[in-house]
Design a binder for this molecule. Sequence first.
Ligand code: 5GP
Ligand code: MN
Length: 342
Amino acid sequence: MTFTPDKIEEFNHLVTAASKIIITAHKSPDGDSIGSSLALYHYLKNEHENVVICHPDKAPHFLNWLTGFDEIETYEESPEKIENHFIEADLIFCLDYNSPGRIGKMDDLLEKSSAKKIMIDHHRDPNVEFVDLMFSDHTICSTAQMIFELIEARQTLFQIDQAIAESIYTGIITDTGSFRFSSVTPKTHEIGAFLINKGLSHSKIHEAIFDNNSENRVKLTSFAMLEKLVVLKEFNVGYISLSANDLDRFDAKKGDTEGLVNQVLSLEGVKMAVFFKESDGIIKISMRSQGEIPVNNLARNNFHGGGHLNAAGGKFVGKLEDAIQKFVTILPKFVEENKSVF
Ligand code: 5GP
Ligand code: MN
């Protein structure tokens, strides 16, 4: 059990004692970091006057319909305002990440702050040192589900309104491929059922998230698949790469390449998919796998990253071709070491 009575008591104490609360989440926000941040934000506002969401960078456009989206403040857009929030805060929530390095340039502010810190996260191997209270469970599919379980453990499910319900549902579906990954449990479906019983329109949310693509985004996806896909049949691996030029050509916006790596994994015979993206002068690497293939190990050991068994990421400083070259070079050994699951 993650949300034990003694930890909930400590949680209550920290929230009651705080005069200003800030909610942080990882860099390059996704549906779960945004969904869990907004869910917690709306929820805490019932009992606290001074709650602010401080994220490293802007959320992707495809989430802009979520209630409270415009209230999210970012370091990217207004660093001084965020610095002030950190100075004033005496309680900081760390959502959907488990080490300070995941919040980009805000890591200094976090580490210098004397505020109490509460982690709510579902990634493996948490850094326990930087927080005062930790809710960490890598068996839970999403941080959004953890927010639901927190609300449940505090016996305040009656406070779940439309805004909270939509935020939680968004986090769950974006982190589970719409209820399909192995991280989904009966509990996840029970939460879905609870939210729908509360009046949530699940089809409306799926449409808002998945049926709102710009023409450029669809063309970028098509370009990537047609021109950039490489399948290494002997290894059951597929990868694609997009340079900054490619992204410019299709006027790519934040979030436009989200899900691309999963499409590579959808290929028959491909059990592991990788996506290399040149962005902000570095190469961002996304990995996905099927079954027991541990892409988190590959990311951690070679690309300064980490993540989950089936979804991980990391980075490479250098040229796009060199990142790909490094990957192709280490691949045979990785496949050999994990032969039984490939
Ligand atoms: P994505 O491919 O969607 O960017 O990331 C998938 C998962 O990989 C994330 O949920 C996160 O757990 C992990 N991840 C991505 N990038 C990094 C990184 O740079 N460092 C670490 N530690 N994990 C990452
Ligand atoms: Mn997550």
